[in-house]
Design a protein around this ligand. Structure first.
Ligand SMILES: Cc1ncc(COP(=O)(O)O)c(C=O)c1O
Length: 347
C-alpha cells in the first residue's frame, strides 16, 4: 500500500536541537545507566504536569508491571476489556487475574456503577484506562475504591495535557502510568513513566527499574531493567520545549476533522464536564461494526492508513470472567471468583 496519510506521525523537533545534545552525549561517552540527561525529563515533566513523583522508565508496559509490583497486588484485578492489550497482559504477566468490568458505551470508559457491588470481596485493585485521552469518571471510581479499600491505578498513555477538575489526570489514584512511545502526544521514541504522590510506592519502583540496586554492589529486593538511555531522554527534552505547540496543533486538527466529518452517521465519545481532553485522537463511534469495516475499506482505497487498536464490544454485561486464551499463558494464583461468571467478549 502506498500510504498517503499514515495512522500517526511523530512530532520531531528541528534536527539541530537534537544534534547539539547528541554531540554532547558522544563527547561524554556516557550513553545510559543514570547519565546526566536522563533525570532531566523527570524534573521537567513533574513541573509541567504538576505532579510530585515521576519516574522515567523504558516503556508504558514495564510501567504497568512496576505499579502492580509496587502496590503488591495479588489475585483478581478489575479492569476494562476495552483497552490496549498491555493493560490486561501486564496483569496476567504479573500472575494476577484480570476480571473484566464493562465500559459505558457513551464515554467508552469503565462504568463504575457496574462493578460497585458485584464480586468486590475478591478484588484487590481497579486498574483502568482513560480511553484514548478521555478521563474516566475518576471521582466515582475513587469513591468505590475507598468504600471497598481497593487500590486504584490509571493506565493513561494518551493523556499528556489531559486534565480533570483543572489538574493533570496523572495526579489521581494511587499510581498512574503513561507511555512516551513515538505514537503518543509527547514522545521519547520508546519510554514511559510511573507517577504517584506516595513516596513509598515511588521508592519501590525506583529500585525495581534498576535491578533493585542501590549503591555499586547492594540490592534491595528483586528488580529488572526498566531504565532509559540518554538518547531517549534527549528526544523528550527537545519535544517538551514544543509541548504547547504540539497540543495546539492537535486541537486545531481535531476540530478540522470534526467539521469535515459532521455529516457522517457517527458520534463522539461523551466527555465529562470537569474534563479537558488533549485531542490525542479524534475518535468517532459508528453505529455498527459493518459501518466501521466499510469506512476502513474506503479509507484504504484512498491510501489512508487505518488500524484497530482497542478491541471489545461495549455492552452492559457487568463484571465478567477472564479471557481464556490470556489465562492459558501464565499460571497465577487460583481465582476465587465463581466459575459461572459470564465471559468477556474479546473481539
Ligand atoms: C492503554 C495502553 N496501555 C499501555 C500501552 C503500552 O505502552 P508502550 O507501548 O509504551 O509499552 C499502550 C500503548 O499504546 C496503551 O495504549
Amino acid at each position: 500500500m502506498n500510504i498517503r496519510i499514515p495512522i500517526t506521525k511523530p512530532f520531531l523537533q528541528p534536527i539541530e536541537e537534537y544534534r547539539a545534545y547528541v554531540t554532547d552525549i558522544c563527547e561524554r561517552e556516557w550513553l545510559t545507566n543514570d547519565g546526566p540527561l536522563v533525570q532531566q525529563p523527570e524534573e521537567r515533566l513533574q513541573e509541567c504536569l504538576g505532579v510530585e513523583n515521576l519516574l522515567y522508565v523504558s516503556n508504558g508496559t514495564t510501567a504497568l508491571q512496576f505499579d502492580i509490583e509496587s502496590l503488591k497486588l495479588e489475585c483478581e484485578i478489575i479492569t476494562p476489556p476495552f483497552s490496549y492489550i498491555a493493560t490486561t497482559s501486564s496483569i496476567v504477566w504479573e500472575g494476577c487475574w484480570p476480571v473484566f468490568a464493562d465500559i459505558d458505551p457513551g464515554s467508552l470508559n469503565l462504568d463504575p456503577s457496574l462493578f460497585e457491588e458485584s464480586a468486590i470481596p475478591a478484588i484487590s485493585a481497579i486498574p483502568t484506562t482513560h480511553t484514548i485521552g478521555n478521563p474516566c469518571d475518576i471521582s466515582s471510581i475513587l469513591k468505590v475504591a475507598k468504600k471497598h479499600n481497593l487500590k486504584v491505578k490509571f493506565d493513561a498513555p494518551h493523556c499528556f495535557g489531559t486534565t480533570y477538575m483543572g489538574e493533570s489526570v496523572y495526579g489521581f489514584g494511587d499510581i498512574s502510568t503513561t507511555s512516551f512511545h513515538t505514537t503518543k502526544v509527547f514522545q521519547t521514541v520508546e519510554g514511559g513513566a510511573v507517577i504517584t504522590n506516595d513516596h513509598e510506592y515511588f521508592s519501590r519502583m525506583d529500585y525495581m527499574h534498576n535491578f533493585g540496586r542501590y549503591g555499586p554492589v547492594k540490592y534491595r529486593g528483586v528488580g529488572i531493567n526498566g531504565k532509559n538511555s540518554e538518547f531517549h531522554a534527549v528526544m523528550g527534552l527537545c519535544n517538551l520545549k514544543h509541548a504547547n505547540e504540539i497540543l495546539t496543533v492537535r486541537k486545531r486538527q481535531s476540530h478540522f476533522y470534526d467539521r469535515l466529518l459532521r455529516d457522517l452517521n457517527t458520534r463522539k465519545p461523551d466527555v465529562l464536564p470537569d474534563s479537558v481532553v488533549n485531542h490525542s485522537h479524534s475518535p468517532l463511534i459508528f453505529e455498527s461494526g459493518s459501518a466501521v469495516i466499510e469506512s476502513q475499506r474506503r479509507l484504504e482505497k484512498a491510501n489512508v492508513q487505518t488500524r484497530g487498536l482497542f478491541f471489545s464490544k461495549p455492552g452492559k454485561a457487568g463484571v465478567c470472567g477472564t479471557i481464556n486464551n490470556l489465562r492459558m499463558q501464565r499460571t497465577g494464583p487460583k481465582s476465587t471468583l465463581p466459575s459461572t461468571l459470564p465471559r468477556a467478549s474479546a473481539g
